[in-house]
Design a protein around this ligand. Sequence first.
Ligand code: 26Y
Length: 812
Amino acid sequence: MSLSVQEFRQQFSDKLMTTFGKKVEKATPFEAFQTVGLILRELLNRKWQDTKGTYRSNSQKQVYYFSMEFLLGRLMITNLLNSGLLETCKQGLEELGFNLEEVLGQEQDPGLGNGDLGRLAACFLDSLASLELPGHGCGIRYKYGLFQQKIVDGNQVELPDYWLKNEYVWETKRLDQTVEVHFGGEIETVEESGRLTFKHHHYEKVLAVPYDIPVSGYQNHTVNTLRLWSAESTTNDFHFYSIDRKDYYHYLDYKRSVEQISEFLYPDDSSYEGRLLRLKQQYFLVSAGLQCILREFKNSYPSVDLLPEKIAIQINDTHPSLVIPELMRLLLDQEQLSWEKAWELTTRTVAYTNHTTMSEALETWPVDMVKTLLPRIYMIIHEINERFCRHLWLAHPTLRDEIKHMAIISYGQIHMAHLAIVGSYSVNGVAKLHTDILKNSVMKPFYTVFPEKFNNKTNGITHRRWLLMANPPLASLITEAIGETWVREPKQLITLLKYAGDAAFQEKIAGVKQANKTALAKYIQERTGIRVDDRSIFDVHIKRLHGYKRQLLNVFHILHLYEMIRDNPNMDMVPRTFIFGAKAAPGYHFAKKVIKLITTTAAKIAADPIVREKIRVVFLENYNVSLAEQIIPATDVSEQISTASKEASGTGNMKFMLNGAITIGTLDGANVEIREMVGPDNIFTFGLTAEDVLAYQLSRMYRSRDVYNGDQRIRRVMDQLVNGSLSNDDVEFKDIYYTLLSNNDEYFVLKDFDSYVEAQDLLEQAYRQPTEWLKKSITNIAHSGKFSSDRTISEYASEIWDIHPVTISSTT
Ligand code: 26Y
């Protein structure tokens, strides 16, 4: 649907008047934003209807991506670009006296995710719609997203993220699609005409109300659905006006407890705690989502036997793994199928993606908790476990010693990853190395039993958001050189290789990077008051704060440079700006100390007239999707320095290379595949390999203290933590110090220090050769096509889901 600038202006002033009762001259930027949103929604609604209609009439197989997190970022720019209205809107708004950037800036980031796993889900939705694939998201509409981070006196302070305070223009409440979810109570088993039936009594009833967000594809007619569930109370079961008002007070308690369910997103990432409320959230999502899918399915198909032919359910980590027993429950108790039939349908419908091998992130729920909260679900899990263990005993006698490690229920805990593997037809890791670790070490016995289930799907990112939208000057430059097919077929970026050594093209690339750096420098100054040298190397480390991601290693390198510059103020080095952005889980003490260490180091350097000429450290608060979009286009060096084997994939690494940054990284996650693509000359790798790390963990032969004793540079750096030179409070950084020395440095920071410093030196030398550096940069961009989520999603579609593109026919 195309709209002329004239028509846009007309619609804008009409909508503004009908919605806000205002004339254009009086509208605030926020009202302008809402108004554009409403115009777009009307356009999207038509396509949305057409998409649903086409899927229905074609009896199309559809996939549902279940995830506790969707980190969408702003949607206005995506929707404008996808509808082909960006230019029209920009011009129209300008003519009306608004600035597009300012209007776009009004949109709140819906922070419905922690980090990579949630952002991956959002990239997947974009690729599904852009590839015209029938696939939808299913999640929770948290009232409060991930906390807003403020830095106060160098420390992280968390503030609530009430992202819904202004009406969210993209969502539509679908009251008519409400379903009930039941918690607690007891199960009565009765025999009815030769069949056991299970009656649920005295349960707590929760209403699940869906809010739908349209997911538009890039300049096509597809609009898929992201359905987010909100928990609401029912009023029907209470006598509000009873004489003693007892019922009314009960109602208030009940209402509070229900609304808690979709109140907030848990701010933990990679560290798991078995909290009752989180279990409630998980079941709420799963039960609401499945009931709704099944209801729609039964309206379209004669028999649930067709389920696996028509529907695939992908679970994003184990967080929604209760889909397995819940689907069993619906098929057994509601559809009256036999156990065998229900199990066959379930295990041919559900597929599981694993995102971590770290034991502290693997979910287990206490049996007692599940039994009390979800009594029927517990019975079903118990039965699945019995049958699985019996099968192992009979069919895999060589694994008899392993059974206790493979059981779904053991030592009073339910192991969700085991449940997910047993109950699904596909188990995938998110990068080659990660999948290999799953197969050969962490999930090895399961791989022996179900080799056919395991497969790899290396992650990807949507290059439309992360290049076309986040870095328009670079996108234009690429299009000028190789045409615009790369936008739909990112693999075409490879044709840029022929310009890698082209002086004129290099100069243009350098110009774009410089302009982006200047813009970021300006932004940093506005936000923090810090003036950074936009000619220095922009060295960026942005991601969640976690021990294994080793922000600490980066800080140690900075503190080492500090010492070197103090020793030799005339040291010849290229000035560098180290930029950090990271949120720490509120209860993660160590991570918060690392933030304090970064901010303290930043302050110390800023106060030192000699050192600050050469290095600067900036910590940008409240790192989120929108901030990433500002930083990544301006980055020279991408820090991807996790302890090898710990980062399943990473996706930031891909966003940086797509924007021409050079990676300094370990051979971990998708870094390994990036290196394979660009070749060892175009990436700086260092440190222990995953194999080394796993071997050290087994042999327990690593002694961090020996490294400390043997390397004077490390001693000098570490001594700064405790000798008062960083902080007057001499206990401030003691915990970090002892984690590394007394607790033996779980993440091998000291062990990798030397090779990190060496890699940083090599990198600096390379940077001094602009022609070579630009060649590397262009080579990285050229090879980034492989890391588009379009590639990832095409693989899921053909190898796991068996879904196919469908062109949406217009009914209007
Ligand atoms: C159980 C709960 C506390 C929990 C919540 C969130 C546990 C884990 C998470 C999030 C995990 C996560 O973000 N994992 C990341 O998944 C990415 C997408 O596949 C990978 O790129 C990344 O390496 C991995 O750490």
